[in-house]
Ligand binder design. Structure first.
Ligand SMILES: [Cu+2]
Length: 170
């Protein structure tokens, strides 16, 4: 198996694990036919509903390969609007994930630079524009965000989300 196939296989394996895990999630009943549109539970959370947003966090993206702030802290269960302002002249994006997922994704992007990707845990922001992501951080832990445009990630365009565990019930 060559490296490319290994990456593809790794990606598919991750997708399979993620799909298997949502089968066990309890969700409110949905009308028939809505299943295909149901948000996918990821290890770092799930797509949020705009009406549930408790907090907006502004993050600036710049051509010196920075996110500002580069570390954000939220509480488990929070639905947050990440409002990305691209202050540069280049396209930037924010992709949320575990370090392992982001590194696997970055490797795929390197092999297939024209690969289109668009999922609820990523937002592409053209130069000078603002983009939004609404995300529910329903898993505690430390997660990453990164820009996988061209070589931006290797140049250090990344940050961290700390999701603080909900207080344990006495
Ligand atoms: Cu970038």
């Amino acid at each position: 198996m060559n490296k490319t196939l290994q990456s593809v296989a790794a990606c598919l394996a991750l997708a399979a694990v993620a799909t298997a895990s949502i089968a066990h999630e309890g969700h409110a009943p949905k009308p028939p036919g809505a299943a295909a549109l149901a948000p996918e539970q990821k290890p770092w959370g799930i797509a949020g509903k705009p009406g549930a947003v408790k907090r907006t966090i502004d993050i600036a993206m710049a051509d010196d390969m920075t996110f500002t702030p580069s570390v954000i802290e939220v509480h488990e269960g929070d639905t947050v609007r990440l409002r990305l302002k691209n202050r540069g002249k280049e396209l930037h994006e924010l992709v949320l994930g575990t370090t392992a997922e982001i590194e696997a994704h970055a490797a795929m992007m390197k092999k297939f630079p024209d690969m289109e990707h668009d999922d609820p845990w990523m937002v592409h922001v053209p130069a000078g524009k603002t983009g939004d992501m609404v995300w529910t951080f329903n898993r505690a832990g430390d997660f990453d965000f990164a820009c996988l445009v061209k070589d931006h990630y290797e140049l250090g365009m990344a940050g961290r989300v700390r999701v603080l565990a909900a207080a344990a019930k006495p």
